[in-house]
Ligand binder design. Structure first.
Ligand code: CTP
Ligand code: CA
Length: 228
């Protein structure tokens, strides 16, 4: 691979990364999902591995190949992702929540395939809130674990995106929040990414753009500086 020279600056560190997008089942053959490919999260897991970390990747429905050298926990729903991340995060040095987690799930999962009703011309789904996994970690005891969140925003205005990011970081008590713009064409499946990393005082720690691999290394540069 074309991984940059191994720095070893995460040697002896345990890093947990969630990647991909959750799927919330409606019935045996259908789900509510999102367009996250898992690329950015996988790039972070691979980069952390290359820098010497012991990496646990909590993988939700990845659309790309799993990275080598990581302990992989496959999950599908938000609740499964929460259980896996919560367990893996105990005693971890870093948790990176790159996964796109469904904010809601169907209130009930039908045992049988949902059939069309001839008398209806529509269907209303009842959804319930999923727990906020990152906020749960941030508000709970997480002694010495650096929490890194992501925020995907569709707002066109850069300043507005920063404002949303600052509010999100604070609400979740993350140590760092990586904010990027997503849309029909940006983010998700793309190989390139642009992001701003926000710190605990709402300051811009760094601005990153380039391949998802170089953005991953830029995020880890900040992580390393915060760990030391
Ligand atoms: N996240 C999480 N649990 C959820 C939803 C989101 O841990 N139930 C995490 C994501 O993995 C990400 C961060 O929170 O690291 C921000 O996710 P995002 O969807 O941008 O923010 P939300 O708080 O869900 O707000 P909204 O979708 O309303 O903008
Ligand atoms: Ca959300």
């Amino acid at each position: 691979s074309n991984t940059p020279a191994v720095h070893g600056d995460l040697a002896g560190r345990r890093v947990v990364v969630s990647a991909g997008g959750t799927r919330e089942p409606l019935d045996p053959v259908r789900f509510l999902g999102n367009r996250s490919s898992g690329k950015q999260g996988i790039a972070i897991a691979e980069a952390a591995r290359a820098r010497g970390a012991q990496v646990t990747l909590v993988a939700a429905n990845l659309e790309v190949a799993e990275p080598a050298g990581c302990d992989i926990r496959r999950v599908s729903t938000a609740l499964e992702l929460q259980a896996a991340v919560t367990e893996a995060s105990r005693g971890a040095d870093v948790v990176v929540m790159a996964a796109a987690v469904a904010d809601y799930r169907p209130a009930t999962v039908s045992e049988a395939k949902i059939k069309k009703d001839q008398s209806d011309d529509g269907l209303t789904l009842e959804l319930v809130r999923n727990p906020d996994i990152l906020a749960g970690l941030g508000h709970g005891p997480h002694d010495g674990t650096l929490l890194v969140g992501f925020a995907a925003e569709t707002e066109p205005d850069d300043e507005r995106i920063l404002e949303l990011g600052r509010a999100k970081r604070e609400a979740k008590r993350a140590d760092l929040l990586v904010v990027n713009r997503v849309g029909w064409t940006e983010g998700f499946a793309a190989d390139e990414n642009s992001a701003v990393v926000i710190g605990v005082d709402g300051e811009i720690v760094t601005r990153l753009h380039g391949s998802k691999v170089s953005v991953a290394d830029g995020i880890l540069d900040v992580v390393v500086s915060k760990l030391n």
